[in-house]
Design a protein around this ligand. Structure first.
Ligand SMILES: [Zn+2]
Ligand SMILES: [Zn+2]
Length: 258
C-alpha cells in the first residue's frame, strides 16, 4: 500500500528537517520544487498524500512529519517530529543542562498560566532560584533570546509563549506531563496553550478557533455548556460599526487590526 519514496520525497524531508518548522504555503512551494527538480508527478492538492508517503517510510524510525496550527493565526505549519524522544531531551544536544532547566521552568509557567503566556520578569525571577547553579539575569535573557531564535518560544511585548514548533514537537510530552492542566481545544482537539476558557464549564478554545466558531453566531455561547462566552472575541471588529464604538459585551480588538 505504501507508495514508493522518491528523491523528491527525500529532498522534501531534508528541507523540512533543516527548517525546523515550515509554514503551509512554504511547504506547498517546496513540494512543487522537489517534484519538478526530481521529475516526479506533481499535483498541487496532493501535499497530504505526498507527506503520508514519507511518513509511512519514517514510521520504523519513530519519526513523523506533523501538521499543526499556529495559535496566533490558525495557519498550518509542518515539523518533523521524533516520536522516540518524548522528553525535553530532544533539545539536549543543542543546549546545556542549565539552559534546559530554564526552558522547563519557562514551559511550566506558560502551561500553568491562565492565558498561555509567562512574563519575562517571572521567568527571570525563576532563574535566580535554580538548584544546581544560579543563572544571572543577563545570562537568562540571552538564553531566552536564543530559544526564540530557535523557535522553541515566541515573544510578544516581553511575554513568552510556546512557539508553534514546540507545540507540534512536544504535544505528546506536554499532554502526558501536564495531564491535569494541559487542555485540548474544544474545536480542533489539539493541544491549546494560548486559549480562552469558559468561565462556567472550563473548556478551552484557541483564539483562531474562537474567531472561526463565533463568526457565524449572533450571540457567543459556549459550545459545551451554552453559557454566554464572556471573553473578548478576537477579530470581531468587522461586526461593530467603525472605529471607537464598542459594544458592551464585544470588546473590539483594535490592536489586532494594526
Ligand atoms: Zn483549536
Ligand atoms: Zn462552557
Amino acid at each position: 500500500m505504501a507508495a514508493q519514496m522518491t528523491d523528491a520525497h527525500r529532498r522534501f524531508l531534508q528541507v523540512l528537517m533543516s527548517n525546523g518548522i515550515t509554514e503551509g504555503s512554504e511547504a506547498r512551494k517546496i513540494h512543487q520544487h522537489c517534484c519538478e527538480t526530481d521529475k516526479v508527478y506533481y499535483a498541487h492538492d496532493k501535499l497530504d498524500d505526498f507527506i503520508s508517503t514519507i511518513n509511512s517510510h519514517l514510521q520504523p524510525l519513530f519519526m513523523q512529519i506533523r501538521k499543526g496550527l499556529s495559535e496566533d493565526d490558525g495557519r498550518a505549519h509542518y515539523a518533523v517530529v521524533n516520536l522516540a524522544e518524548t522528553e525535553v531531551t530532544k533539545m539536549a544536544s543543542d543546549y546545556t543542562e542549565i539552559e534546559l532547566e530554564l526552558f522547563r521552568k519557562t514551559m511550566d509557567l506558560i502551561i500553568l498560566s491562565e492565558n498561555g503566556f509567562a512574563s519575562s520578569t517571572d521567568i527571570l525571577n525563576l532563574a535566580d532560584q535554580f538548584k544546581t547553579k544560579k543563572m544571572k539575569k543577563k545570562e537568562a535573557e540571552q538564553v531566552l533570546k536564543v530559544f526564540v531564535e530557535d523557535k522553541w518560544l515566541s515573544e510578544k511585548n516581553g511575554e513568552y509563549t510556546l512557539h508553534t514548533r514546540c507545540i507540534i514537537e512536544m504535544e505528546q510530552y506536554i499532554l502526558s506531563n501536564y495531564q491535569d492542566v494541559a487542555r485540548k481545544c474544544n474545536i480542533c482537539h489539539s493541544l491549546a496553550i494560548q486559549s480562552q476558557v469558559c468561565e462556567s464549564c472550563g473548556i478551552g478554545m484557541h483564539l483562531p478557533c474562537v474567531r472561526k466558531y463565533f463568526r457565524a453566531q449572533a450571540e457567543p455561547r459556549c459550545p459545551k455548556c451554552n453559557e454566554f462566552w464572556s471573553c473578548d472575541i478576537p477579530g470581531m471588529s468587522r461586526m461593530g460599526s467603525q472605529t471607537h464604538h464598542r459594544t458592551p459585551f464585544l470588546a473590539l480588538d483594535d490592536a489586532s487590526k494594526t
